[in-house]
Design a protein around this ligand. Structure first.
Ligand code: 4GX
Length: 258
């Protein structure tokens, strides 16, 4: 059964990038997930297909009308139900939402489907949030021009967690944030680039040693660049081996900030 995604958006073509490129394109072709868009404009009633109006109480900009959004969401709910999804979630992407993180992505990836609501202008009529929205999610403390890019961030990060989405070469469980550590540094050919050599241990062929070095680099990088993540790592539980590797990293002070 594929993960069913319905997106309510005035700019459905923006979402094409998800099904056109890379890992999410392959996952779509393999029917790991299915993406449907609904344009509120198609549900507008007047001859001009109006989807917005000025805010009551005055002020700048426009607000998305309740009625076209309501009908678009109802159609999306009906489609989810037809796909056998009895419990779906309507998510509004907004700076007023709960901040998105890895834990939230894992939680959402366990659903069978979801409906994403993309706002433009100054946002949507509050009554739609009251009547139809189950959760508000923010991708970060900054403002973008509409919910579409936020929805695409959410979709991409969820799809990566779905069974069969990643090739055997990739692994979601080894990604940073799955274990609260940053990735170790990567190198590829040539062995020496403009006088900078690849760490010799990576050419040694000793995979036990390489794994220990990589874990030490992950711990050290996290300590240097993301002490907030390292706190989470400690709460999650750090092994004696990891503690030793990090201490050794701190001692040797062979770190660079780049
Ligand atoms: N994380 N935006 C929503 C419309 C809007 C305006 C005001 C509510 C209040 C965003 C974010 C985000 C731009 C999507 C404004 N909604 N979405 N849009 N940050 O900035 O998710």
């Amino acid at each position: 059964m594929s993960f069913e995604i319905d997106v309510i958006t005035l700019f459905p073509d923006m979402l094409d990038a998800i099904t056109k490129y890379g890992i999410t394109s392959r996952a779509s072709k393999n029917e790991i997930f299915r993406l449907h868009t609904w344009n509120p404009r198609h549900f507008a009633k007047d001859n001009y297909r109006t989807v917005d109006d000025s805010p009551y109480g005055g002020g700048p900009g426009m607000v998305m009308l309740a009625q076209p959004l309501d009908e678009a969401i109802t159609h999306a709910r009906t489609r989810q139900l037809a796909e056998g999804i009895n419990e779906t979630k309507v998510i509004y992407l907004s700076p007023q939402g709960e901040l998105l993180n890895h834990e939230k992505i894992l939680q959402l990836s366990k659903l069978r489907g979801m409906i994403l609501l993309c706002g433009r202008y100054e946002g949507i009529d509050e009554r739609i949030i009251m009547r139809q929205v189950d959760e508000e999610i923010s991708i970060g403390n900054y403002v973008i021009s509409g919910g579409e890019l936020a929805a695409m961030v959410l979709i991409d990060s969820i799809v990566r967690q779905l069974p069969g989405a990643l090739g055997s070469a990739d692994s979601a469980s080894e990604d940073s944030f799955a274990n609260n550590l940053l990735e170790y540094p990567q190198y590829t050919r040539p062995e020496i680039y403009r006088g900078d050599a690849v760490p010799p241990i990576l050419l040694s062929g000793d995979h036990a040693k390489i794994n220990r070095w990589r874990l030490q680099q992950s711990l050290g990088k996290t300590w240097l660049k993301r002490p907030d993540l390292l706190d989470l790592k400690y709460k999650q539980g750090i092994s004696k081996e990891e503690e030793k590797l990090l201490e050794e990293f701190k001692q040797t002070k062979n770190f660079r900030i780049n």
